[in-house]
Design a protein around this ligand. Structure first.
Ligand code: TYD
Ligand code: MG
Length: 449
């Protein structure tokens, strides 16, 4: 017989402990342990299982998933080829980055395609939404709007009609009156999302949830939120630049890590057919410390410019400032440069910037970053038509990366005719590109000298 026990469960990750703790030992969240009961009357499990819907694998018939376009090709690609009906999707991003703008544009587009769409905002009044719509040139008179923060009212509104798509902006502002905690709390977000998930699955309604993100860049609310939904997408970019990237972090209906690129203009978000060109537009002709690197996110190649500036430091511990790359990556590459190429970098301030306000995390930037540092150190211009990619190992070896052919093709499209890459990738070369394969960092430095 299963005994009813009282335990403390973390609201964020679900970890259970017999005693109350201030910090969850599993996910390190503070103040998230709440008392709950586990176990139940005897035989309950057995009774429940009688109704379980057992099926033979072979007898399951799969339906063709129906997808519909959002009329934004970049978003469709990130979704895996369009919006799947009945899917629950979470879009996170910094405040002011353009989440509401994107959602309203998509809502308008879907309505214009004849879908029945409801847009719920807990953040803006109906007049504010209309003003935004006018700015975006929205042509969707039949789009249904609701300015509401009560979950029960939202559910009633959804019940009134058969909606194909529902937008909730944002999940942190909608609260159920049956749950005692405040809107945006871990319990509210989890419970409201669970209810919305049931609606999405039982009625085959696609639901977009806008999510706020925390200082660390994660979606605010329980960690389990990301497990519950079908897709998690991050809307990124620098507020001071016009480029906006949407990245699939999880997608049950398409490839993860896929990237879509938009430009924010005075009339909303527009797709960017050639983002590499936009990023390289203002590149200085001949400048030491500037390199061009072909990166690939999902299936999307993107040429980015990285600039490095070294200067004598006036501080006892020199400054290492990075924008758009991880500072640990910089530390690692500097250590390899010092140890394997004998560069004396101590005593120098190092500033690294990825142009366009983009963040790059893939290791294929290592070789380019190392050569940008070297180029600034020696005040050496590498040339306007050269691009570099490759991962650096701690022994100074240059390791191969994926999708080399795609990277080279993008280089060629934008007029970069010389490419330095890992030796193992050099055979994927294209006509029109002079490829120089390197096995070690020292080989690469010798090549550019
Ligand atoms: P918004 O979608 O409200 O951001 P979020 O919902 O992520 O907080 O976007 C707000 C910013 O976008 C604001 O600074 C104004 C700018 N913007 C434009 O540049 N052009 C436009 O057409 C619109 C609607 C907004
Ligand atoms: Mg908003």
């Amino acid at each position: 017989m299963a005994k009813i026990k009282s335990v403390y469960q973390c609201e964020s990750c679900g970890h259970q402990t017999p005693k109350w703790l201030g910090q969850c030992p599993s996910c390190a969240a503070w103040g998230s342990m709440n008392q709950t009961t586990v176990g139940g009357p005897p035989g309950r499990r057995e009774r429940d299982s009688e109704g379980a819907n057992l099926m033979r694998y072979g007898s399951i018939v799969t339906e063709e998933t129906t997808r519909c376009s959002t009329k934004l090709g970049e978003l469709d690609r990130v979704l895996g080829g369009g919006l799947v009906s009945g899917s629950l999707l979470l879009i996170g991003g910094d405040p002011g980055i353009g989440k509401s703008t994107l959602m309203l544009q998509v809502a308008g587009n879907l309505q214009a395609l004849g879908r029945n769409v409801l847009y719920v905002s807990g953040e803006e009044s109906l007049a504010q939404i209309k003003m935004r719509g006018e700015r975006l040139g929205l042509d969707a008179d039949d789009l249904m709007l609701l300015a509401e923060t009560s979950y029960e009212h939202v559910e009633n509104a959804i019940d009134k009609d058969r909606y194909d798509v529902v937008f909730i902006d944002s999940i942190q502002t909608i609260a159920s009156s049956n749950i005692p905690s405040a809107a945006g709390s871990v319990t509210q977000v989890r419970e409201v999302t669970t209810k919305l998930m049931n609606i999405a699955k039982s009625r085959n309604t696609s639901i977009f949830l806008v999510g706020h993100i925390t200082k660390e860049g994660n979606i605010a609310g329980p960690k389990t939120l990301e497990h519950m939904v079908d897709g998690v997408f991050y809307f990124e970019g620098d507020k001071y630049h016009s480029l906006r990237l949407i990245r699939a972090q999880k997608n049950r209906f398409g490839p993860a890590q896929e990237l879509g690129i938009f430009q924010m203009g005075s009339d909303g978000l527009r797709e960017v057919p050639n983002p590499s060109k936009v990023l390289l537009e203002q590149r200085p002709e001949a400048s030491a410390g500037s390199v061009v690197i072909p990166t690939v996110e999902g299936s999307r190649p993107l040429l980015v410019e990285i600039q490095v500036l070294l200067s004598n430091s006036t501080y006892a511990s020199p400054r290492r400032v990075t924008m758009g790359i991880d500072s640990n990556r910089l530390a690692l590459i500097m250590a390899v440069l010092e140890k394997k190429a004998g560069l004396q970098l101590q005593g120098l301030d190092v500033f690294v910037n990825v142009i366009g306000g983009i963040a790059i995390s893939e290791p294929a930037i290592d070789l380019g970053l190392a050569l940008a540092i070297f180029s600034s150190f020696r005040n050496l211009n590498l040339g306007g038509d050269i691009a570099l990619f490759g991962e650096l190992g701690l022994a100074g070896e240059v390791r191969s990366v994926s999708q080399a052919g795609l990277r080279m093709k993008e280089c060629l499209n934008l007029g970069f005719k010389r490419v330095v890459c890992p030796l193992a990738n050099a055979e994927e070369k294209l006509d029109g590109v002079t490829v120089h394969g390197v096995a070690t960092l020292v080989d690469a430095l010798e090549f550019v000298l």
